[in-house]
Design a protein around this ligand. Sequence first.
Ligand SMILES: [Zn+2]
Length: 502
Amino acid sequence: METAGTNMQTPGEVAPRYSFLFPIGYSNSSECGYCRRTRSGQSTKRYSYYAIATSLTPTFYQKLVDRCWRRSGTLLYRPNQKHSCCPHYTLRLDSTQFKPTKDQRQAVNRFNRHIIGNTYAREAARLHPRSRAEVRRRHNVFDLVERIHESEAEVLKSPPSPDYAFTVTLEPDTFTEEKYDVFENYQRIVHREPADKISRHGFKRFLCNSPLSRETMVGPDGKERQLGSFHQCYRIDGKLVAVGVLDLLPDCVSAVYFLYHESIHWLNPGKLGALREIALAREAGYRWWYPGYYVHNCAKMRYKIEYKPQYVLDPEDLQWYLLDKEALEKFDKGHYVCFSKKEQAVGDVDTEREGVNDTNHKHIPESSEIDTIVSTQDNAVDSVAAGTHNSTASAGSEKTPEEVDDEEDEEEEEEEEDAFLLASNMPGIPSLADMEQVDMDGLVLRSDFSDTFIVASHLVIWDTEHVSQFGSLKSRIAELVAAVGPDLIGDVCIDFRKRPSS
Ligand SMILES: [Zn+2]
């Protein structure tokens, strides 16, 4: 799989650093991983807009996550909070304002004590005694960055020797058997997933080889920081025991997933992982920590809001609102919550909150659901690639995109309910009338039938198709533009090239 934007371009071509996206469309997923209702149940609906990213710049993806998007492997999605049994809200925590609770402080201290052991603690106190002022400071102030690193082998003064050698390294998000062993154990034991659902393929697809390009940037604070997808690997005596899958973006550490070996379950690894990520956001200057979507009616997600102060992204004005007591009361009262409006819009109260049958929502990609979307979209790739071919070469057309779409619909009847994003009234999304005013002529595309970028206005269909024709190539493109935001049109290349099967 291609991972960097630059290697997607023709050599010698000077082009902006596009992010390459393939539009899938707006649809209802067949199953909800949060309330476990199926469509045969009364009120399951979980509409999202989906796209596949073949390559993403961290800067562009930062803008997407600040517009309610998230990724799972190469699948990008933006949920409709209004049409969902379990509305998804984006959260973020200000690492510079973070105040760990007593419980969180204890988790770090307990872990550190376990690693260094009593002998080390006693001997170190004798060999490297702390000054009185230092002891007082530590008593009064819990410095998260200091404490989180305190038991690491490279920080500990030696002699003496700690009970265990603890290391944490930030590594590229490539597949290794060592990581897979931890993933397999975590899914099977901690997440209680059936063994036949756990595979190397699934691990690679969701948690390795992300479409984000890897690069470094220098922040306003002068600190150099890494961008891209990484595996933060925790080892005890050389054995890998936990992996934090992270997207490092210009303004945040975005937590994708956290997996650990059952042998360290008792040490509260999920909490330690979150605290280490917050410490990373703080010390490296990313500032914000994104714990992933928050679903208020899912009890197992409450742990996310135990880290404070946290902000919630309003789906309509895309501004951040403090997730305080008042905001949580709004969540308690309404199903769909909009913070930018004065009066609470109570929509979709048809969904009760009981029956939250849930295993573990520690950043779990809902694999069955995503499998469905990803497998069905392969047909879509063929159809749209064919559509582009027809439109650019305008010859030998066997099927119009609409015809192919119809076939897809028949195949997918059991799984998917496709709908028109521009008629969805989805919060934060421009309407059809808005999109008809957007100039998309300069938008660039790639297809297998051309070696260079294709400009949208050069497509044969461009003047004949209309944005309002649901299912047409032009309307598919307009949906994608609407979903990312028309102001980002210059950052995107619509990628109709056939992807190598993952
Ligand atoms: Zn649900």
